[in-house]
Design a protein around this ligand. Structure first.
Ligand SMILES: *[C@@H]1O[C@H](CO)[C@@H](O)[C@H](O)[C@H]1NC(C)=O
Ligand SMILES: *[C@@H]1O[C@H](CO)[C@@H](O)[C@H](O)[C@H]1NC(C)=O
Ligand SMILES: *[C@@H]1O[C@H](CO)[C@@H](O)[C@H](O)[C@H]1NC(C)=O
Ligand SMILES: *[C@@H]1O[C@H](CO)[C@@H](O)[C@H](O)[C@H]1NC(C)=O
Ligand SMILES: *[C@@H]1O[C@H](CO)[C@@H](O)[C@H](O)[C@H]1NC(C)=O
Length: 261
């Protein structure tokens, strides 16, 4: 029985090769309701149960927007998903919320919209939202509220899963290979997000922000999604998040011949 339990735990670690990053940073919010604090959402209990100590609560003052923000202490993280426990019985206040990953603390948020609560109907007060983005902040943002209170944020628990940029594996304890462009890899399996081996970029020039070869690839390579293989044997994954800029690069290098299709 004990053995079975151990094996089960081992498997979970393997699948969820990432962890909750909220111990590594600080939370803030648009306003404080009485003694509530933005940090309240970072601590257990992992539940929807409300208390001023354990949930973040913004004012009910009719403001036009309310937000909760988390900033990593170590700069950038690759965020795979975000789990939210909202206050029980108050789904109507959560209604219309948006969740962002950004590189700035600007409000309104200026970055990647991971999720926007759709109309009609009330949202589920417990949600895990996939995002798969590199960023410095996570922002829960709400502009929708009833006439009296305006938008209100009441997050009882938030976990932000992923790894610090450059790390992967269970506990994010493994370093991404230096063969990955920008030493940037996926937290779950260590595969290069921006592709591999910048040596294959023409003149060894690549964009630090996107990983794209700025002057195309060296002859015979399709560079950043090459998966370290020559183009003859490349199999393209159309769901790849980096495929968008690759076709341009390939076109540049191979004189307009499109290797993508
Ligand atoms: C992850 O951390 C836990 C708790 O500290 C530890 O038991 C486990 O062995 C670690 N796993 C790896 C792969 O480092
Ligand atoms: C690594 O994981 C990501 C996300 O699940 C996936 O898109 C990618 O294809 C995986 N890479 C490999 C080499 O398995
Ligand atoms: C943040 O910046 C990094 C590198 O500059 C970029 O790759 C990433 O896409 C940006 N994230 C967002 C959410 O805009
Ligand atoms: C990348 O390489 C791995 C290992 O050789 C292979 O299993 C995988 O299918 C390749 N992926 C692509 C998109 O070429
Ligand atoms: C690549 O070049 C081909 C041929 O010139 C063109 O039809 C195609 O639209 C180009 N693709 C991109 C993404 O620029």
């Amino acid at each position: 029985m004990l053995l079975v339990l151990l094996i089960h735990t081992g498997i979970q670690w393997t699948i969820r090769a990432q962890h909750n990053l909220t111990p590594f940073g600080t939370a803030s919010q648009s306003s404080m309701f009485i003694r509530s604090s933005a940090q309240g959402a970072l601590y257990p209990p992992i539940s929807n149960e409300f208390s001023l100590q354990t949930c973040s609560t913004t004012n009910v003052d009719g403001a036009s927007k309310a937000w909760w923000m988390f900033q990593f202490s170590f700069g950038s993280a690759f965020i795979t998903d975000i789990t939210i426990y909202y206050r029980e019985g108050f789904a109507y206040r959560m209604d219309g919320f948006k969740l962002y990953v950004t590189n700035s603390s600007n409000i309104p948020p200026d970055g990647y919209l991971c999720y926007a609560d759709p109309d009609p109907g009330l949202p589920d007060i417990t949600q895990t939202i996939p995002c798969n983005q590199l960023g410095k902040y996570v922002i829960y943002y709400d502009t929708k509220g009833d006439d009296k209170t305006g938008p209100v944020v009441e997050l009882c628990y938030v976990s932000i899963n992923g790894c610090q940029k450059g790390m992967w594996g269970a506990n994010c304890s493994k370093q991404c290979s230096s063969i990955c462009i920008g030493q940037h890899c996926h937290p779950e399996n260590g595969s290069c997000v921006w592709g591999c081996d910048e040596q294959k970029c023409f003149n060894n020039k690549w964009d630090m922000h996107t990983g794209a070869c700025t002057e195309g690839c060296v002859r015979g390579w399709v560079s950043q999604i090459c998966n370290c293989s020559k183009y003859e044997s490349v199999t393209y994954d159309s769901s790849s998040i980096i495929i968008g800029f690759t076709s341009t690069t390939v076109n540049q290098t191979f004189g307009g011949k499109n290797y993508l299709k």
